[in-house]
Design a protein around this ligand. Structure first.
Ligand code: NDP
Ligand code: 8X3
Length: 254
């Protein structure tokens, strides 16, 4: 039977490229993000290119009521989710804690941690019932290391690491795989969001070296998803060749 993958944050970047990759492999797609028009454009493109079924679920993962209502009211033939990619997330700002914007902290915590929890809570019971499933949580190098001025964003990604370990232990009796995927610098809309639309600042992040692309991460996730039933990748750290640690990037002309 055709497998169904649910991807949060599919309107851009890593989530978008995961949607393309899974569609190319013949999966049915449930796509989430807030920007409905972007999701719909992607859905049309993928069903046209790959002949796959796509269902769009536009909601904000921070909105607990919307998450539970939208997922619980999925049509019967879309309820069996085989793979969940918990990808929606963001960084806002880059500053010392004492100079940080509390609204930015709330949005990062509400999206990266609470959003991931709400979506997981809505989807895991079905996986338990069916005694199968695979959950991918998108962590980060920022969840393995803490870097200067990254305080709250790094804390949210450390929380994703911890929650992934918790899920893996709890879901062990139910044959559910749980994988943590940790990208290093990946050129998406991430830095534009972090710097609130300042394209110059965002572009500088990726100047002078070759960052990862969303497709690189999608490729790794698809590899993990395609392994035999008895094999799970618990934790994958994927870095640009030019990046050794969160803060150490070898840049030309620097
Ligand atoms: P993008 O900004 O390109 O994509 C983020 C996606 O998340 C968008 O589709 C956005 O859609 C969605 N999103 C954000 N907030 C919400 C929300 N509240 N509800 C639903 N969807 C939301 O960035 P990336 O692709 O780079 O980021 C994807 C994940 O990868 C994030 O968790 C990020 O932390 C992580 N990551 C990124 C790295 C990088 O260097 N880029 C490195 C390591 C990890 P919309 O705005 O339409 O809602
Ligand atoms: C995104 C990577 O290092 O810019 O998680 O925080 S980093």
């Amino acid at each position: 039977m055709t497998k169904t993958v649910f991807i949060t944050g599919a309107s851009s970047g890593i989530g978008y490229d995961c949607a393309v990759k899974f569609a190319s492999l013949g999966y049915r797609l449930l796509l989430n993000a807030r920007r409905k028009e972007k999701l719909e454009a992607l859905a049309n493109e993928l069903s046209f290119r790959f002949g796959v079924q796509v269902f769009c679920l536009a909601f904000d993962v921070q909105d607990r009521k919307a998450v539970l209502e939208k997922i619980h009211s999925l049509p019967e033939n879309w309820k069996q989710i085989d793979i969940l990619v918990n990808n929606a997330g963001l960084a806002l700002g880059l500053s010392d804690l004492h100079e940080g914007d509390i609204d930015d902290w709330d949005r990062m915590i509400d999206t990266n941690v609470k959003g991931l929890l709400y979506v997981s809570k809505a989807i895991i019971p079905g996986m338990i019932e069916r005694n199968r499933g695979h959950i991918f949580n998108i962590g980060s190098i920022a969840g393995k290391e803490t870097y200067l001025k990254g305080n709250v964003y790094c804390a949210t990604k450390h929380a994703v690491d911890s929650l992934t370990q918790a899920m893996r232990m709890e879901l062990l009796p139910y044959n559910i795989k749980v994988s943590l995927i940790n990208p290093g610098a990946t050129n998406t809309e991430f830095s534009q969001v972090r710097f609130k639309g300042d394209k110059n600042k965002a572009d500088k992040v990726y100047d002078g070296f070759e960052p990862l692309k969303g497709e690189d991460i999608a490729e790794c996730i698809a590899f993990c998803a395609g392994l035999p039933g008895h094999v799970n990748i618990n934790d994958m750290l994927i870095m640009p060749t030019a990046q050794a640690t969160a803060g150490l990037i070898h840049k030309k002309n620097s």
